[in-house]
Design a protein around this ligand. Sequence first.
Ligand code: GSH
Length: 217
Amino acid sequence: MSGEITIWGRLSSCNVQKALWALEELALPYARIDLGGDFGGLDDPAYRAMNPHGRVPTIKDGDVVVWESDAVVRYLCATYGVGTLWPEDPAERALADQWMTWGTVGMMPDWIALFWRLVRTPPERRDAKAIARHHAASVANFELLDRHLAGRRFVAGDAPTMADMPFGMMMYRWYEMEIERPDTPNVDAYYGALLERPAYRKAVCIPYGDLVGKQSF
Ligand SMILES: N[C@@H](CCC(=O)N[C@@H](CS)C(=O)NCC(=O)O)C(=O)O
């Protein structure tokens, strides 16, 4: 642990946004270094020495280096958010953890595939069948989330936890993309609650115009 955390990663990266939201939500002092995308730098030996996969985000907190956005979120919440973003009670933490994991491994793959095939692919190269498949799977996932959110303001209860990081990260682009969205009043209310949070707006609500039609990274 140190006075200031460093995070490497471009603002337009959804995985960087997840980590940035945790930093902002926890009101931690940090310095961000642009990396990846048009900024390059992923193959720099010094960066690879920290993160052998050459992807963003990576954080450094004193001597501690962490990569993989969910690992970053868990590290930050466990270190600086015990009792808030990191529920103290093991059963409550397991509830948050299971949804967090499902958000990333169950929901994100179709969501990100839809974003790539629709937003990051120029119209002439789009595959309508694949778009329909990822859209249908995403709709089913958002409907499942909608059922879970009935009676809950956030994913693991009345206040935000680490469980919200992957879902919140997906929410902004889900509502911004030019797609048909299902009737999900609980998800709508959830997104409204997220938008009330300055930390969320600063870290996640980043226009993605520079990514449109860009398949190079
Ligand atoms: N599973 C990793 C994925 C990391 C990843 O693929 N990051 C993307 C950005 S979202 C990246 O580094 N892309 C290359 C680039 O930005 O140039 C995580 O969650 O951190």
